[in-house]
Design a protein around this ligand. Sequence first.
Ligand code: FES
Ligand SMILES: [Fe+2]
Length: 388
Amino acid sequence: MTTSVLSSAQHNAIHQATADAVGLPAQSYTSAGWMRSERDRVFSPTWTAIGYVHNLPLASATPVELMGLPLLMVKDPTGTVRVFHNVCRHRGRQLVDEACELQGSIRCPYHSWTYHFDGSLSGTPNIGGHGIHHLEGFDPEVHGLFPVRSAVWMELLFVNLSADAPSFDEHIAPLEARWTKFTGAGDLSCARPVNDGGWMEMEARANWKLLVENYCESYHLPWVHPGLNRYSRIEDHYSILAGDWGAGQGTTVFDFSEQVGIDLPVFENWPETEKKVAEYIALFPNVLLGLQVDHFYAVVLLPVAVDRTVEQLQIYYVGDETLTERYAKARRVLLDGWREVFVEDIDPVEGMQRGRASSAFDGGAFSPVLDTGTHHFHKWVASRLADN
Ligand code: FES
Ligand SMILES: [Fe+2]
């Protein structure tokens, strides 16, 4: 099976370069200043996930912080989601401190300026003195909330802070093209998220990059995931180096559902001969995706500090019926299976974070065979820091 987007000659070149390479410096995992540079140069110019939209209530505002940058997700009464900088246009108070449902507008708690769901300024009480709510020469039209370019894909909410990245459709097209061979054109969208047996949140005391790196390789499988490794072994995996948008790995023998005796609806167009193929791709910079014949999942990595990352896992099941009570037990079994794997990954990434306090660490070394995905990701980060 041809599983990589690269030719074998390109692979050989990558293997050699990987063997000779060193990784990113320890400082890039421990310095708050470095993380700020990553936000501006690595995250800002591309599409970064900040959460999911399906769990946001209608008429609500939900603050989220992206590497210290306060943002606000607003869902209007019709279900449209917009993102704004979470800062009031008056004197710059953070506009919303906690997730809340809205009674018709967003109100700043300081002097009660109000904004419509679309961010436009709707009220400026007493701006002209007591009882005078309008002011000549002050144009509310140019004092709306600062919008952030956003897009929704598979209920994931992405932002492009720089506002000049290629369209999100263009951004996601290579991934969709890759997975069309499994799901058929457009069929990923028949996968549905559900909370009961599908949602999990964790926190790792580790830099966000360590979670991406760990996801890009199967090298650690025998020692970190002995359960998983019993049926999907290290030798059943292949690397995925996906140009400038991702890296990861795939397996040819993922059959968790069969192993634990659950029966979930599958993607209809999935080729019969590849039923056990599953792929795990880190969509740069901060989304981990997994695709199996009977479910899809996404993990949003929210870097809350240079050494702390929140992980939000959402599993999506195939078709509406899988969301019913009939499949509740199977969903919980599947979620528990993934919980075990993701919890097992916490210890090594936290250990790598602790290791980066060592003054002797020099970036480390890569296996030219099993660390190619990690190396690919390092090169991507380094090129962004150098280019922008
Ligand atoms: S800072 Fe928001 S109303 Fe004054
Ligand atoms: Fe792992």
